[in-house]
Design a protein around this ligand. Structure first.
Ligand code: 9MR
Length: 343
C-alpha cells in the first residue's frame, strides 16, 4: 500500500512540475516583458483560425500588426464603403488574447482603392476623402488599437518628401501633418507613428526622417514615435551602431522608436552557415533595441517563412523570418532568446 501511495505522489509531483515548467516556458514575449518591450508579428486574419498558427503566435508574441487588412485598398471596395471583416477579426483576436495592436497603415501611396487612384478628385475632395478615412478607421478601433502607423514611407531616398506619391500629388506636403491631426482627433489616446523603410542606418533618408519628425513637432503635430521597418538581407544589413545612433537621435526628439517589420532575406537554397549569419543580424538589432531607452517594440514581418512576402516579391530569396516553413524555431529565434537572457 505505501508503495502505491508513494507512486501516486511521484506521479503528482511529475505532473505539477511539468505544468509549472510549461507555464514558465521561456518565450520571446515572456523574456521581453521585464524590459517592457513588446514582441510582435505581422498577421493575416484568416490564419488566426488555424490552431497551430495561433498557438505559436500566442506563445511567442504579444503584439500583432495586420499585414494588409487595415490598408485603404483592402478596406474600402467603393467610395465611402468599408469591409472590416478581416480587420475586425484581428482586433477581436487581440482583444480576446490581450495582445497589443499596431494599426498599419492609414496613409500610404501603395494599396490604394482603385476607385481612388483612378478617380479624378480635386484637392479639397481628396483631403475630405482622407479625413473621412482616418476618422472612420481610427474611430472604429478607438481604445483597441494602441499604435498607428499613420503615415507610411513618405520619403524619397534623399530624405525629401517623395513627390511621386498619390497624397503628395493630390494634397501636397501638408498631407502628413493633417493625417496625424485627424488620427489624434479620432483617438486621442492612440500613439501615432511615422513608419519608414531603409532608413535605419546612417544616410540621407534617416536624416530626412529626423527632420520630418522635428518639423512636425515644431508645428505642434501629435506624433509619438518612429517605426524602423528593418527589411534587410545577408551582407547588407544596417550597421548596429548606426541604428543605435538613430534611435538616440529619435529619443532626443522625445519620441519612441519601434522595429516594425523586420525580416532578413537569404538567397535560396540556404546553408546552415547563412542561417547562423541571419541569427546574428536579428540578435544585433534586438540588442540595439533593448539598449535604447525609447525602443518599445520589436516586430517581425510574418510568423513563419511560409507566411513571408519575400519570395513572391524577390524570387530566389526567402527564409527571412525566425520560424521556418514548418513552424520550427530557426537559429535566429534561438539567438533572440539568448539576447533576451543576457541581462
Ligand atoms: O507584406 C505586404 C504584402 O503582403 C503586400 O503585398 C505589400 C504591398 O505593397 O505590402 C507588404 O507590406 C509592406 C508594408 O505594408 C509596408 N512596408 C513594406 C512591406 C513590404 O512591402
Amino acid at each position: 500500500m505505501p508503495i502505491v501511495i508513494g507512486g501516486i505522489i511521484v506521479i503528482i509531483v511529475i505532473l505539477v512540475t511539468s505544468w509549472i515548467n510549461s507555464r514558465n516556458r521561456q518565450s520571446l514575449r515572456s523574456l521581453a516583458e521585464p524590459y517592457e518591450l513588446a514582441i510582435g508579428s505581422a498577421v493575416t486574419g484568416w490564419q488566426l483560425s488555424d490552431q497551430n498558427y495561433s498557438s505559436l503566435l500566442l506563445e511567442e508574441f504579444n503584439l500583432i500588426t495586420p499585414e494588409n487588412a487595415m490598408k485603404f485598398g483592402p478596406l474600402s471596395p467603393a467610395p465611402g464603403q468599408y469591409d472590416f471583416t478581416e480587420a475586425d477579426a484581428i482586433v477581436a483576436f487581440a482583444d480576446k488574447n490581450n495582445l497589443v495592436v499596431r494599426g498599419h497603415t492609414l496613409v500610404w501611396t501603395n494599396q490604394l482603392p482603385q476607385w481612388l487612384s483612378d478617380g479624378a478628385y480635386t484637392q479639397s475632395e481628396t483631403r475630405e476623402i482622407l479625413r473621412n478615412h482616418i476618422l472612420t478607421v481610427v474611430g472604429r478601433y478607438r481604445g483597441k488599437v494602441q499604435y498607428w502607423d499613420v503615415v507610411n514611407e513618405a520619403l524619397a531616398n534623399d530624405g525629401s518628401i517623395a513627390s511621386n506619391n498619390f497624397w503628395m500629388e493630390h494634397i501636397g506636403p501638408d498631407y502628413i501633418a493633417l493625417a496625424f491631426e485627424w488620427a489624434h482627433e479620432a483617438d486621442p489616446d492612440a500613439l501615432l507613428f511615422y513608419n519608414e523603410s531603409y532608413a535605419e542606418g546612417k544616410g540621407e533618408k534617416a536624416d530626412g526622417v529626423i527632420s520630418l519628425a522635428q518639423s512636425l513637432i515644431a508645428r505642434g503635430v501629435p506624433i509619438h514615435g518612429i517605426g524602423m521597418e528593418m527589411h534587410t538581407g545577408l551582407g547588407w544589413s544596417p550597421n548596429p551602431q548606426e541604428v543605435a545612433h538613430n534611435m538616440q537621435r529619435i529619443s532626443t526628439l522625445g519620441l519612441d522608436v519601434q522595429i516594425t517589420e523586420m525580416d532578413v532575406r537569404i538567397e535560396q537554397p540556404v546553408t546552415l552557415d547563412e542561417l547562423n549569419q541571419q541569427a546574428r543580424v536579428y540578435a544585433e538589432i534586438l540588442r540595439v533595441c533593448l539598449k535604447a531607452t525609447n525602443c518599445s517594440a520589436f516586430s517581425v514581418w510574418g510568423l513563419t517563412d511560409a507566411n513571408s512576402w519575400i519570395p513572391s516579391v524577390y524570387p530566389g530569396t526567402g527564409s527571412a523570418l525566425i520560424f521556418d516553413e514548418i513552424m520550427q524555431p530557426k537559429p535566429a529565434y534561438e539567438a533572440m532568446i539568448k539576447v533576451l537572457q543576457e541581462r
